[in-house]
Design a protein around this ligand. Structure first.
Ligand code: NAP
Ligand code: ZN
Length: 348
């Protein structure tokens, strides 16, 4: 079915309207009319070929919410009219050890991303949520239980929410734990809200003066201007866990020195070029860890959506029209977004 979308035809091109083809729903497929799609910094990295392997045309978008408009004959979990979401994954092998454990994001044969992954549909790679509709295997569709009025602000949970929830759960953020969140953008502001709801003592690190007060309102117990070394020194050796969402290369030693013995700095930001190599000394004196984490599996994404619905958590968003995506990217690069742009599907 011909579907309106917004994409780019090369790394240096602006977004333009284009017509793409969506497959007719197969027996296990759910067809979704997209109501809103968040703009993740990964979309920008990919559209502009900042990471290896972008294929064009590129239609990004993996923070998708909408309503089911058709289902295949074998679909059991969804019906027409249901409010649903799709995140970063639309398929995986389903057989490997990671898939068997519900960790589809670590599929050992390679998962299928919502955009830019090889697939059988035209044009041979997946096209994402900057579009009017999408057709997805029901195993990769999530139920949304927030009130309809919050739907636009739920969209960012599908990537920013799960990418912060999963490591916070894995490293056991909760009561009695001091947790740092570095970079208060789309991911970071969700990290603050979720870590706060988990009961941790949350310290936000920002480079933006204008976010110092706001981070408290988001749920941070303390806020540190990461450019102020005295403020940084005050937290030496005190963190159980630090989640770093920054999208640009920077010196990680500033954070490893803030960890307690055996604690972990988890990187989720994926800059276009590497961070400077971390110093070893702060790591060995304290057996500290630098780790990474990738989004989350389907079961955990549903758990996160339900946790957020229960705790009344949604993203802070600014809605944009599809025609404003380039301007939104420029502002995201300038850390000038509070805290996530979401495309209004009606503008497609
Ligand atoms: P974003 O909204 O642009 O937020 C990034 C934040 O990092 C900015 O708001 C800013 O926060 C801080 N920052 C930016 N440049 C900086 C610099 N030069 N030095 C220090 N801090 C800087 O981006 P996002 O959508 O949250 O995504 C963040 C990163 O995570 C991206 O690289 C994205 O590709 C990646 N990502 C990874 C996964 C995963 O599964 N691992 C999933 C989604 C996204 P302050 O203003 O507070 O300093
Ligand atoms: Zn994302």
């Amino acid at each position: 079915m011909s579907t309106r979308a917004y994409g780019v035809t090369a790394a240096d091109q602006s977004f333009q309207g284009m017509d793409i083809e969506r497959r007719a729903p197969g027996p296990r497929d759910v067809q979704i009319d997209i109501a809103h799609c968040g703009i993740c910094h990964s979309d920008l990295h990919m559209a502009r070929s900042e990471w290896p392997g972008t294929v064009y045309p590129c239609v990004p978008g993996h923070e998708i919410v909408g309503h089911v408009s058709a289902v295949g004959g074998e679909v059991t979990g969804f019906k027409v009219g249901d409010t649903v979401g799709v995140g970063c994954l639309v398929n995986s092998c389903g057989q490997c050890g990671s898939c068997a454990e519900g960790l589809e994001q670590y599929c050992e044969r390679g998962w299928t991303g919502t955009y830019n992954s090889p697939c059988a549909d035209a044009p041979g790679h997946t096209l994402g949520g900057y579009s009017q509709r999408i057709v997805v295997d029901e195993g990769f569709v999530l139920h949304i239980r927030h009130p309809q009025a919050q739907l636009a602000a739920v969209a960012p949970l599908l990537c920013a929410g799960i990418t912060t929830y999963s490591p916070l759960r894995h490293w056991q953020a909760g009561p009695g734990k001091k947790v740092g969140i570095v970079g208060i953008g789309g991911l970071g502001h969700m990290g603050i809200k979720i870590a706060h709801a988990m009961g941790a003592h949350v310290v936000a690190f920002t480079t933006s003066e204008s976010k110092l007060d706001e981070a408290r309102a988001l749920g941070a117990d303390e806020v540190v201007n990461s450019r102020d070394s005295a403020q940084m020194q005050a937290h030496l050796g005190s963190f159980d866990f630090i989640l770093n969402t920054v999208a640009a290369p920077h010196v990680l030693d500033a954070y490893t020195v803030l960890l307690k013995r055996d604690a972990t700095l988890c990187l989720v930001g994926v800059p276009a070029s590497p961070h400077p190599s971390p110093a070893v000394i702060p790591l060995i004196f304290g057996r500290k860890n630098i780790a990474g984490s990738l989004i989350g599996g389907l079961a955990e994404t549903q758990e996160m959506l339900d946790f957020c619905a229960q705790h009344g958590i949604v993203a802070e968003i600014e809605q944009v029209r599809a025609q404003e995506i380039d301007a939104a990217y420029s502002r995201m690069l300038a850390s000038d977004v509070k805290y996530r742009f979401v495309i209004d599907g009606a503008s497609m």
